[in-house]
Design a protein around this ligand. Structure first.
Ligand SMILES: Cc1ncc(COP(=O)(O)O)c(C=O)c1O
Length: 394
C-alpha cells in the first residue's frame, strides 16, 4: 500500500463535532467517539495541498463553481460507477441533507407522503416531518441470516395517490447494504407505476467493498434516469465533510427546473472557493488513496468482527457491503437500550450512536464508526474486549 493509515492527527482540542459534543451526549469526555460519520484518518494531502495552492492567490472573492470541478466528478462517476452525467445535469449543494430537503419541497406539498426505509440515517425522516409531509415508513426486512432487504409487498400495500417521493439510501446507512440490480429494479417498477420521484442519496457509493459494486439508481434504465435526483458527495469518500461540498445530478429537465425553483429561493449560490479546489483535486487524484483506504477499513472491520465473535451471539455485527459504519445487533446481550448505552459509555468507554435514533427498528442495536487509524482502532478493540470480558467472564 502506498498510503499509511497507522496514525492520525489528534482532534481532541479542535471543534470536531464528534469530540466536542462528548460531554453533552455521553456525560463524559473519557469516551472514544465512534459516532459521527467522518473518519479519524487524515484528509489526503492532495486535497489539502489544492487548498493551500488556491490561497496563494490573495483574493478570495466570489467565484463561479469551476466547470473543471464538475468535469472531474463526471469522469469519476463514469469510471467508478458506470454512469454518464452531463455538465448541465449537475448542481452544487453544500450538503446532501440540504439537497434532500429541497427535493422534498420541490416534488411534494404539505400533506403528501414521502417513503423512507427504516432503520435509516435520521435526517431522512426528520426532513420529511419538518416539511409537514407524511412519513410513509417502509421498514427494511431482515432475512434469517441477518441480511437486510427491501419489503416490496409492504411498499406496494402502503402507496396511494398522495405518495410523491421515495428517499433511497444507497448504499444504506446504517445497515451497510449495497443494493443489487434486481432489488433496485423492483423499487424502480413501483416508482414508475405510481409516478414517484426517487431521491437517491449515494454519498457512500465510493465505499463499497469488493466484490460488491454500487449501482447508481439513475443507471438502471432511461426511465430510471428520468425520475431520479442523485445526491453525491466527496465528504465521506475523502474525509472532507468540513468542506461542506456535494452535488446533485438531475438529468430530467422538468425535474431539474422544479428543483431549481426551491434551490434559487434559498440562494445556494456557488459554495466556497476553498471547497472548489478541494473537490476537484479529490476526484482527480483520489483513486489510489481510496483503494488503500478501503483495504485499511476492511482490516478494521475484521478486527471488530473478531472481537465480537469471541463472545458468541452477544453482539452480532451485521454483514457489511459498504460504508465504515457497523450496525451492531446487541439483542443477544439481553439488556434494554438504556443499559446498552450505559454499557458502552461506562464500561467500554466508547461513544456510539444509539440504534433507536435510526428509527424504531434500531431497538437493541448500536452503530459503531470504524473509520479510524490503526492506533485508534486497536484502542477501541481493547476497550470493547475488556468490557465484554468483564461482563461475560471470558
Ligand atoms: C446517508 C447519508 N446522507 C447524508 C449524510 C450527510 O451528508 P451532508 O453532510 O452532505 O449533508 C450522511 C452523513 O453521515 C449520510 O450517512
Amino acid at each position: 500500500m502506498k498510503y499509511n493509515f497507522t496514525e492520525s492527527a489528534c482532534r481532541k482540542d479542535t471543534n470536531a463535532e464528534k469530540y466536542r459534543l462528548r460531554k453533552e451526549l455521553f456525560g463524559t469526555e473519557d469516551v472514544l467517539p465512534v459516532w459521527v460519520a467522518d473518519m479519524d484518518i487524515d484528509t489526503p494531502d492532495f486535497v489539502l495541498n489544492a487548498v493551500k495552492k488556491r490561497l496563494e492567490h490573495p483574493i478570495v472573492g466570489y467565484e463561479e463553481f469551476p466547470k473543471s470541478a464538475f468535469e472531474s466528478q463526471i469522469e469519476w462517476m463514469k469510471n467508478e460507477h458506470g454512469i454518464e452525467f452531463e455538465l448541465e445535469d449537475m448542481l452544487y449543494s453544500h450538503s446532501v441533507v440540504a439537497s434532500m430537503s429541497l427535493a422534498i419541497e420541490a416534488f411534494s406539498k404539505a400533506g403528501d407522503k414521502v417513503i423512507v426505509q427504516t432503520p435509516v440515517y435520521p435526517p431522512f425522516f426528520h426532513s420529511v416531518m419538518e416539511h409537514d409531509r407524511e412519513l410513509l415508513k417502509n421498514p427494511l426486512k431482515q432475512n434469517a441470516d441477518g441480511k437486510y432487504v427491501f419489503d416490496i409487498e409492504d411498499l406496494k400495500s402502503k402507496i396511494d395517490d398522495k405518495t410523491k417521493l421515495l428517499l433511497l439510501c444507497s448504499p444504506h446507512n446504517p445497515v451497510g447494504r449495497v443494493w443489487s440490480q434486481g432489488e433496485l429494479e423492483e423499487i424502480l417498477q413501483v416508482c414508475l407505476k405510481h409516478n414517484i420521484v426517487v431521491f437517491s442519496d449515494e454519498i457512500h457509493s465510493d465505499l463499497a467493498y469488493s466484490p460488491n459494486k454500487h449501482i447508481p439508481f439513475a443507471s438502471l434504465s432511461p426511465d430510471a434516469r428520468d425520475i431520479t435526483v442523485t445526491a453525491i458527495g466527496v465528504g465521506k469518500t475523502f474525509n472532507m465533510a468540513g468542506f461542506a461540498m456535494s452535488s446533485v445530478a438531475i438529468p430530467n429537465k422538468e425535474l431539474r427546473e422544479k428543483f431549481l425553483k426551491s434551490y434559487k429561493r434559498v440562494h445556494f449560490a456557488q459554495g466556497s472557493v476553498l471547497s472548489h479546489a478541494a473537490f476537484e483535486s479529490a476526484y482527480k487524484n483520489g483513486k489510489e488513496w481510496l483503494e488503500d483506504l478501503k483495504s485499511h477499513l476492511w482490516n478494521n472491520y475484521q478486527m471488530l468482527l473478531e472481537v465480537c465473535e469471541k463472545y458468541g451471539d452477544k453482539i452480532k455485527v451485521t454483514p457489511i457491503e459498504a460504508t465504515y459504519l457497523a450496525w451492531l445487533d446487541c439483542r443477544g446481550m439481553g439488556i434494554n437500550n438504556r443499559e446498552l448505552r450505559k454499557f458502552f459509555i461506562e464500561e467500554a468507554m466508547l461513544g456510539l450512536n444509539a440504534g433507536l435514533s435510526f428509527g424504531r427498528e434500531g431497538d437493541g442495536f448500536m452503530r459503531l464508526n470504524f473509520a479510524l487509524s490503526t492506533q485508534k482502532m486497536l484502542e477501541v478493540i481493547k476497550r470493547l474486549d475488556k468490557a465484554l470480558s468483564l461482563k461475560y467472564h471470558k
